[in-house]
Design a protein around this ligand. Structure first.
Ligand code: AMP
Length: 276
């Protein structure tokens, strides 16, 4: 479905039946990670809306908006295998009508020096489009993946701060057998890069284990950074943060810890995270 009047008609019909609605926002190029979110949505609500919108405002000019895989027909056929009541795939012009001049600029978890330090426009692009999707669909719940951990925190805060009446539900990261987190961007990896890519998760898991066993966080992370660089990555960050606030953390007693990493292999930027 591509236009707002049709979306509004369908949603109004569902609401007249008192059906609960779940939204799963995606940028398409769907993989098993996305499908797990759709399945979770189907267990939690009567109706499942999957949005597929490649959002130009969250990409910087030098990033991969142009190359990002656009395979809407294949995405829709994948969704026929799971309960999906509606695929909302608006055009860029529907989302950003001529003269569009409003942006949501999130603070708090969007300003902690992780993704925001490397992609300064990213979270305002995400927050603006997610606010629009929530307002368009007014879902009871929206499902987001832990794979994009900082984004999960940003949209949770957004829904609360703007009284959007949507509860953000998180879903665990789905991985390849070798640990690599599924991502639409994995398609960019060369054969050689694909062989190196699982190092990220291996290092995260090793660091989490060492910290859980009482290892000093700073030293453990320094070793982790060296291992990632040694595997051929250009590291953006490997950090230990408070799992709820994303504040820097230097000792286990300061709270539940999340380890987050971003690194580039050739032209491909990968992110991942694990709980300690
Ligand atoms: P994207 O299409 O990359 O914007 O992702 C759409 C949603 O799918 C986001 O909530 C992501 O966190 C989630 N997602 C992406 N990759 C995975 C994965 N490997 N496992 C679980 N969720 C994922």
């Amino acid at each position: 479905m591509h236009n707002l009047p049709a979306l509004n008609r369908t949603l109004a019909l569902w609401r007249s039946h008192r059906d609960t609605i779940a939204l799963v926002p995606t940028m398409g190029a769907l993989h098993a990670g996305h499908i797990s979110l759709v399945k979770l949505a189907g267990r939690r609500a009567d109706r499942v809306v999957v949005s597929i919108f490649l959002n130009p405002t969250q990409f910087a000019p030098h990033e991969d908006f142009t190359n990002y895989p656009r395979i809407l027909r294949r995405d829709i056929s994948q969704l026929t295998a799971v309960k999906t009541d509606l695929v909302w795939s608006p055009s860029v012009e529907t989302m950003y009508r001529s003269g569009f001049a409003t942006r949501v600029v999130p603070e708090g978890p969007a300003m902690v020096g992780l993704e925001d330090a490397f992609r300064p426009h990213f979270f305002s692009g995400v927050a603006t489009v997610v606010a629009k999707l929530f307002i368009q669909c007014r879902p009871d719940i929206a499902v987001f993946g832990e794979k994009d951990y900082q984004q999960l925190k940003v949209v949770t805060q957004l829904a609360r701060d703007l009284d959007l009446n949507t509860r953000v539900v998180s879903a665990p990261t789905i991985r390849e057998r070798d640990g690599l987190a599924l991502s639409s961007r994995n398609a960019y990896l060369s054969t050689q890069e694909r062989t190196a890519a699982p190092v990220l998760y291996r290092v995260l898991s090793d660091c989490a284990r060492s910290i859980a066993a009482g290892g000093p966080i700073n030293r453990v992370l320094e070793d982790g950074r060296a291992a990632i660089a040694g595997a051929g990555f250009a590291l953006d960050y490997l950090e230990a943060r408070h799992a709820d606030t994303l504040a820097p953390i230097s000792a286990r007693r300061e709270g539940p810890i999340r380890l987050l990493v971003a690194a580039r292999l050739g032209k491909t930027r990968l992110i991942d995270n694990v709980a300690v």
